[in-house]
Design a binder for this molecule. Structure first.
Ligand SMILES: Nc1ncnc2c1ncn2[C@@H]1O[C@H](COP(=O)(O)OP(=O)(O)OP(=O)(O)O)[C@@H](O)[C@H]1O
Ligand code: SF4
Ligand SMILES: [Mg+2]
Length: 338
């Protein structure tokens, strides 16, 4: 997708620490959960950034910070050149309108007592200037049509739709305010594989039609592959590697990315034969107490002494094409020839 010069979203050194407290009546802060711990990236109009990492690495917290649903501990989020942390009143409302979200679970994210028309049209209640009251029903029907649903079903309730159709309702709602940015937090994870592709195709079509920028969050590198222009790999609150999709999939340099990729099924049997599978040991450490130096070192097969002492910067090292936060970043043939 063509990217224009000015980013629609600029994220700088974003940090979110949740206080860790002890005691019921007199709460004492005894530490912090470092959910997001220094994340920076740009996103352009019409572009998709895939964000991938294991459960608990901070993906949803990042999404909430971008939506201004959580206040950052430090760092900034600029939308179309404006700092959302400094915006107040009408300006904040306008900025919020510009960033919408599609949630993971279409079964729980839609209010079962509201009709589809009310769900998709609800954003117009808050942003009443977008469509005059008299025109809302028609606009909702148009939105249903755009996402491939029957506009005559406007009075039905969520339980009368399948999982894939419910996710379409969630997407229609996300489009209602004509945002520039949509944050998709695992939008297909709860759907059957056969339905996933349909929803992904819909998201891609809508992106082309409305020049939308997506942050596309997933656990698995295979899910974001086709939709992403760039991919950021997260581990314990930080981006450990980021690059264009070909750079991440064909020449990953961070051991964590290599391990994630080696777990992705390869359709081509020849590739499978040549591929070295890297099994990650154990779960990620607690974000309340991340390891010193490189956070991945407790699970990394390449770890050396320096890894415990010095935190590797996310930077492009000689011989590599893209940033990676590893002292020993190098291409490792995990997927073999394919
Ligand atoms: N409101 C909160 N208060 C305290 N801790 C929180 C809060 N929200 C998230 N966390 C913690 O922050 C860390 C990151 O959580 P987050 O939900 O962002 O991860 P995630 O990558 O989205 O995980 P998943 O893939 O399971 O959705 C976790 O350790 C989580 O327990
Ligand atoms: S810095 Fe060291 S521990 Fe971290 S990923 Fe690189 S080799 Fe592994
Ligand atoms: Mg999450």
């Amino acid at each position: 997708m063509a990217a224009t010069a000015e980013p629609i979203l600029e994220v700088r050194d974003l940090v979110k620490h949740f206080p860790l407290t002890h005691g019921i009546v007199f709460k004492r802060q005894i530490g912090a959960i470092k959910a997001v711990d220094g994340v920076s990236f740009d996103l352009h109009r019409g572009e998709t950034l895939g964000v991938v990492g294991e459960s608990g690495c901070g993906k949803s917290t990042l999404a909430k910070l971008l939506m201004a649903l959580e206040r950052p501990t430090s760092g900034s989020v600029r939308i179309d050149g404006r700092d959302i942390g400094r915006a107040r009143g009408a300006e904040l409302k306008r900025m919020r309108r510009n960033v919408q979200m599609v949630m993971q679970d279409p079964y729980t994210s839609l209010n079962p007592r509201m009709t589809v028309g009310d769900i998709v049209g609800e954003p117009f209640e808050i942003h009443s200037d977008v469509v005059p009251r008299g025109g809302r029903r028609k606009r909702v029907q148009e939105l249903l049509e755009v996402v491939g649903l029957n506009p005559d079903h406007i009075n039905r309730y969520p339980h009368q739709f399948s999982g894939g159709q419910r996710q379409r309702i969630g997407i229609a709602r996300g489009l209602a305010l004509q945002p520039d940015i949509i944050i998709c937090d695992e939008p297909v994870s709860a759907l059957d594989v056969s339905i996933q592709a349909q929803v992904m195709n819909l998201l891609e079509r809508l992106q082309n039609e409305f020049n939308l920028a997506y942050i596309f969050i997933a656990h698995d590198l295979s899910v974001v592959r086709h939709i992403s222009d760039r991919v950021a790999v997260m581990y314990l609150g930080k981006i450990v590697e980021v690059g264009r999709d070909a750079e991440i999939y064909d020449s990953p340099t961070h051991p964590y990315t290599q391990a994630l990729l080696s777990a992705v099924p390869v359709p081509d049997p020849e590739g499978r034969e040549h591929r070295q599978r890297i099994i990650l040991q154990g779960d990620p450490p607690s974000p309340a107490n991340p390891p010193s130096g490189c956070r991945f070192r407790t699970r990394c097969w390449k770890a050396q002494e320096i890894c415990a002492e010095q935190e590797p910067a996310l930077e492009t090292r000689p011989g590599s094409s893209h940033p990676s936060a590893c002292h020993f970043a190098e291409v490792h043939d995990v997927v073999g020839s394919h």
